[in-house]
Design a protein. Structure first.
Ligand code: GDP
Length: 442
């Protein structure tokens, strides 16, 4: 769950206003006091919090909000608007050069996720029919070049390297020449990171910047480091005039401080967020959708995009047909589970549905392990059993339970659920076949 604690606290304090027929200035102050505390606890920069609260208060008092018919809802809308503004209003896309190759310089501290993000970005661009080249300029950590090569191989993107005995500035220049010769239209330069900000490192990246004249200078920051990330961003921005930020590890338990403070402090946009270790887990950053998720209002557009990217359209059509004639099998069920898994952790998917905020999610008791169990049970069945579960007698049930490391009760439960779903589908189909009577409204 994204920014779980912040999200829960904000929703709790705003819930108190929701549905109230009348809100006094005192009610508003009380709620905003809680909002302020929630933001500070999430490690949002104190000045950002101060401005944020006073902007909300001014808007709430300035307009006719408190006197309106649904003042609670209006205040929530203002908080949503201001949260969106805080993170940058709209999605900021990458700048591409009109004269390829486009140069993207990646920078950041060690461990922030820079190499992984370079690979993710290359993968992302490849999906957009670009021909990226990764350039390995971290010559200080011998394993860094190898790491980039491994990442490059995984996403099917070439990696240019010259070992560790060459000056990174020369590697960057040679990398760009290589790209021009080989028709690579985007060059992603992975530079060295250090544990702390270091003047030598800064000078080196500064020189690489001057020599390569990049279209994008992306600073990779670990969202879990909160205010520290913001301080790092300020220093890098002063020296390099970065063009954007990639905030990684948003899938972890980041409190939100970095995401909510970065824009106001550096005036630079967050362009992408890292949502996991896998190379397809880089997403464009949409401030409005993020604000909506934080306030428990879901993210329908995000959900649709996720589904479109994860589900196979052909399979979906086949499944629909099978559902219509109730001929779908446990194999189809397994297939569905696998496609659903592609969408990411179940709690994250559910959270994108409007109305399912952090509070509701707790109540739903989402148990990822249940899905793993179901998968194991179906996988322990033979092909024949999957297409015709009626043949699964008690000795087969015993074997399946043993094979999947579950209990007979678990197997029974799944088979019962499956049977009931099929029955329901049959009923539904019969019902939908009944021709509609023409009423007077038709
Ligand atoms: P670098 O030193 O900055 O190049 O960092 P790496 O790319 O080696 O990443 C450091 C660690 O963070 C690795 O274990 C990555 O798998 C992990 N990592 C990177 N991005 C993400 C992310 O978005 N989510 C999670 N959970 N882990 C990430």
């Amino acid at each position: 769950m994204i920014f779980e604690s912040l999200s829960e606290k904000l929703q709790n304090s705003l819930d108190k206003l929701r549905g109230k027929g009348k809100i006094t200035e005192k009610d508003l102050d009380l709620a905003l006091r809680e909002v302020r505390l929630a933001l500070l606890e999430a490690d949002v920069n104190y000045k950002v919090v101060k401005d944020f609260i006073s902007d909300i208060k001014a808007r709430a008092l300035g307009s006719e909000v408190l006197e309106s018919l649904n003042p609670g809802q209006q205040v929530i809308k203002i908080v949503y608007d201001e949260l969106t503004n805080l993170m940058g209003e709209k999605e900021e896309k990458l700048n591409f050069s009109s004269k390829p190759p486009t140069i993207i310089l990646m920078c950041g501290l060690q461990g922030s996720g820079k190499t992984t993000t370079s690979g993710k970005l290359a993968f992302n661009l490849k999906k957009q029919n670009k021909r990226p080249l990764l350039v390995a300029c971290d010559v200080y950590r011998p394993a860094a070049i190898k790491q980039l090569e491994v990442v490059g191989e995984k996403v099917g993107v070439p990696v240019f390297s010259m070992g560790t005995n060459v000056n990174p500035v020369d590697i960057a220049k040679a990398g760009i020449e290589h790209a021009t010769k080989n028709g690579n239209d985007v060059v992603i330069i992975d530079t060295a990171g250090r544990l702390h900000i270091d003047t030598d490192l800064m000078e080196e990246i500064f020189t690489i910047k001057n020599v390569t004249n990049p279209n994008e200078i992306l600073l990779v920051l670990d969202a879990m480091t909160g205010q520290d990330a913001v301080n790092v961003a300020e220093t890098f921005n002063e020296k390099l005039d970065i063009t954007g930020v990639v905030l990684t590890k948003m899938d972890g338990d980041a409190r939100g401080g970095a995401a909510l403070s970065l824009r106001s402090v550096t005036h630079k946009p967050i362009k992408f967020v890292g949502m996991g270790e896998k190379l397809d887990q880089l997403e464009p950053f949409y401030p409005d959708r993020m604000a909506s998720r934080i306030l428990g209002m879901g993210d329908v557009l995000g959900l649709i995009e996720k589904a479109q990217a994860s589900f196979d359209e052909k399979k979906a059509l086949e499944l629909e047909k099978k559902m219509r004639n109730a001929s779908f099998t446990l194999d189809d069920f397994l297939d569905q589970l696998e496609q659903m898994k592609n969408m990411g952790p179940l709690s994250e998917v559910l959270e994108m549905i409007p109305g399912i905020g952090s509070k509701q999610l707790k109540g739903l008791n989402v148990d990822e392990k249940e899905l793993v169990k179901i998968e194991a049970i179906i996988k322990s069945m033979t092909k024949k059993e999957r297409s015709n579960p009626d043949i699964i007698d008690s000795s087969r049930r015993q074997r399946i339970a043993k094979g999947s490391g579950t209990s007979i009760q678990d197997v029974n439960k799944l088979l019962k659920q499956f049977k009931e779903t099929k029955k329901l589908m049959k009923k539904f189909n019969e019902f939908s076949k009944v021709p509609k009577k023409k009423g007077k409204f038709q």
